[in-house]
Design a protein around this ligand. Structure first.
Ligand code: SF4
Length: 177
């Protein structure tokens, strides 16, 4: 039987959700027998594959680069999972939403800098006016709340999908858990 193709993506998040994925510990070995991890910060792949069965998305949509990335990923993914409170609600990165982009850049690159007091105009992705959760831009199939989501819940979600079932997290997941 061919393995299920899986990708993970890191948008505007702290990597804590990916750390929680690794916290599955020895159960990763069982998953590895059924999953091919094709793309993400945990593997050395530069280009998102033509097609994957499941993509786990950590982080909110914060920049034009994030937005282009999530749209492309959605078009090449069967089941898209918002992994963690940043992806599900905006959470920590959306705390900047009470400021304008100019205020954020000024605070970061001018007020808090001793040298080269200038906001970058290239290389650093252009920020969107607001940080928003993933489902405000693309359709999301499964939401896994938590900051970070527990390893047990991530394992449960993947295990259910591998068994051909849609996971039900109503009783086990909560925001900020
Ligand atoms: S949900 Fe929490 S752990 Fe995950 S990226 Fe956001 S801040 Fe980090």
């Amino acid at each position: 039987m061919s393995k299920v193709k899986v990708a993970t993506v890191w948008l505007d998040g702290c990597s804590g959700c990916h750390m929680s994925l690794l916290d599955i510990d020895e159960r990763l070995i069982a998953l590895a027998e059924k999953i091919d991890l094709l793309y993400g910060p945990l593997v050395d792949a530069k280009v998102f594959p033509e097609w994957v069965d499941v993509t786990l998305v950590e982080g909110a949509v914060s920049s034009e680069e994030d937005l282009a990335k999530i749209r492309k990923i959605r078009a090449h993914t069967k089941i898209l999972i918002s992994l963690g409170d940043c992806a599900v609600t905006g959470n920590v990165p959306s705390m900047r939403d009470v400021f304008t982009v100019d205020e954020v850049l000024n605070r970061t690159y001018v007020e808090n800098s001793d040298l080269k007091q200038l906001a970058p105009e290239s290389v650093v992705p252009k920020l969107l006016n607001k940080v928003r959760p993933v489902h405000e831009f693309v359709n999301v199939d499964i939401f896994v709340p938590g900051c970070p989501p527990s390893a047990d819940n991530i394992f449960y979600v993947l295990s259910e999908l591998l068994e051909g079932r849609m996971p039900d997290l109503a009783m086990t997941a909560r925001f900020g858990a």
